[in-house]
Ligand binder design. Structure first.
Ligand SMILES: Cc1cc2nc3c(=O)[nH]c(=O)nc-3n(C[C@H](O)[C@H](O)[C@H](O)COP(=O)(O)OP(=O)(O)OC[C@H]3O[C@@H](n4cnc5c(N)ncnc54)[C@H](O)[C@@H]3O)c2cc1C
Length: 490
């Protein structure tokens, strides 16, 4: 039997294994470094209070992905409820996410409502209006993310709503980030898009495909968080005959005569090698190139891979008796307050009440911090980090420390592949890796691209298609999520 080794048990790796089993007679062997599955899209269960470490909307412009998800976990109540399966469903959720700024709430994306102008004050509103007109009359060359935002919002709005937040997320100023990052995430979002959306809303058909993704207001969500979907997929993979090894980290990729012959792994049982006919890798591109053995990596590709930057991520889970504010319907809140480090708040009760052990009497909040592995925040002891989170929650007027029942925290390395450093030379890495016929780079860090779950899955599906057809082409695999018509707001 032919085998395919799959590095990573996140959405990309598990989709690849599932599709290989459905479409071919190749045996997938999934190797996952951690002791859990789902990768960044996992759910952490803290005694019945579940934390989605990123707040994962299940939404795709590709209907086949929506159908794939609901094929694994059907929509609640479709077809008629089956009492045996009522826990294994997708809920339809409303997206409500606002900006917390100046201790008040603003719509996200900024909407042209009285409350927005009131929140900004007359002077700032006038400044923003003139700034926007100025940007339209004299657009800047789109050489950086800063100019990208200024051209779409004007300088005053950029300074108010984007400059600090982007710096918080990436750890570098937007003037040092390429405009293509903006193009990929928020291309269609601008003051013009916001005005058009407000005017067109009453006339828009539900099926309108033209709605910018940032403005999409409904999404589906597994009853117990994203990890539930990926754990269900993993169980199906094993049921169909695939193998999944947790706590098994790939330390080297062995190449002979230009082809991958297998991988070396480290697990609690020690070191061993696993042979394969194909390798699908969702491990970070930087580490994949470093781990190649048995061939010469061209210097340009080695240097480019070595310099790829990432942003790491920490989440504090805070279980509260109540929030300080009376009604907070948001799934997530962007924190633009300049005097705190927290970047976003998740309110898990609003994602799915089943995420919380006692949703009637408690509120479970996730506080997201962007950081770099090894920096001050990353190195904080968990108790100190959680205390900081609680203090910041209080500072921005969302909760009182006296109402805190429990805290916990998690760290995620390489949560965001970043578009600076040697990212501009990533083509040389891809060109070199494409010379290895039986190696496919899939997923988010596997391609060093800001891929969401749907894109990560599509890269896996394209790789499986090529393997099935006996093709060693990688073009279609790298081509996922490059059409730039998908806009992500987070
Ligand atoms: C804050 C945040 C919010 C997000 N929100 C959304 C959202 O709303 N909607 C959406 O669709 N997407 C969202 N995403 C993106 C989503 O999390 C990713 O697209 C998805 O998890 C990527 O899947 P993947 O399998 O490529 O990678 P990962 O999820 O990173 O999985 C890769 C796996 O490979 C393993 N691995 C790495 N190296 C090795 C090795 N050497 N050996 C063995 N295993 C290894 C890792 O442990 C990991 O489990 C969000 C991401 C973040 C960070």
């Amino acid at each position: 039997m032919k085998t395919a080794v799959i590095i990573g048990g996140g959405p990309a790796g598990l989709t690849a294994a599932y599709e290989l089993l459905k479409q071919t007679d190749i045996k997938p062997i999934v190797l996952e470094a951690e002791d859990f599955l789902g990768g960044i899209s996992r759910t952490v269960n803290n005694s019945g209070n579940r934390m989605d470490i990123g707040g994962h909307r299940f939404f795709s412009k590709d209907p086949s992905i929506m159908a794939w998800w609901t094929g694994i976990l059907p929509l609640q109540g479709v077809p008629a409820p089956d009492p045996d399966k009522e826990d294994r469903v997708m809920l339809v959720r409303n997206r409500i996410s606002r900006i917390r700024f100046r201790r008040t709430f603003f719509d996200y994306p900024i909407s042209l409502k009285w409350s927005t102008f009131k929140g900004m004050g007359l002077a700032n509103t006038l400044k923003a209006g003139f700034g926007y007109i100025g940007a339209k009359i004299r657009p800047l060359p789109e050489t950086s993310l800063e100019n990208f935002y200024i051209n779409r919002f004007g300088r005053p709005l950029y300074e108010m709503f984007f400059e600090d937040y982007t710096t918080k997320v990436w750890g570098v100023h937007p003037s040092r980030i390429g405009a293509d990052w903006g193009a990929q995430r928020v291309k269609g979002l601008s003051v013009f898009a916001v005005i058009k959306d407000a005017l067109m809303r009453p006339f828009r058909s539900k099926a309108s495909a033209k709605v910018e993704t940032s403005l999409i207001e409904q999404f589906i969500y597994p009853k117990y968080g994203p990890g539930q979907l990926w754990e269900t997929v993993a169980a199906e993979v094993e049921k169909m005959g695939g193998s999944i090894f947790k706590e098994t980290k790939v330390t080297a990729v062995n190449v002979e005569d230009g082809k991958v012959t297998g991988v070396s792994v480290m697990s609690p049982d020690g070191e061993r090698t696993i042979a394969c006919d194909w390798l699908l890798s969702s491990m970070p591109l930087k580490e994949l190139v470093e781990g190649l053995r048995g061939l010469n990596v061209p210097q340009e590709a080695a240097q480019a891979a070595q310099g790829l930057p990432y942003r790491d991520f920490m989440t504090a889970g805070v279980l509260l008796r109540r929030l300080s504010l009376p009604h907070v319907p948001d799934t997530w809140i962007y924190v633009q307050e300049k005097d705190v480090k927290v970047g976003r708040l998740q309110i898990f009760n609003n994602w799915s009440p089943y995420m919380v052990a006692d949703p009637e009497n408690t509120v479970y909040v996730g506080m997201e911090y962007f950081c770099n592995e090894g920096d001050e925040l990353w190195n904080m002891a968990p108790e100190a980090f959680e205390a900081l989170a609680v203090a910041e929650l209080e500072k921005i007027g969302m909760a009182s420390a006296a109402d805190v029942l429990k805290t916990s925290s998690t760290k995620v390395k390489k949560a965001y592949p970043a578009y600076f450093g040697t990212y501009g030379q990533i083509g040389s890495v891809r060109e070199f890796l494409d010379t290895i016929p039986n190696l496919f780079c899939i997923g988010r860090n596997g391609q060093h691209r800001y891929n969401n779950m749907d894109h990560s899955m599509l890269t896996a599906m394209e790789a499986v298609k090529n393997i099935k057809e006996g093709s060693s082409s990688k073009h279609n695999v790298w081509n996922v999520n490059t059409e730039q018509s998908y806009h992500e707001s987070k």
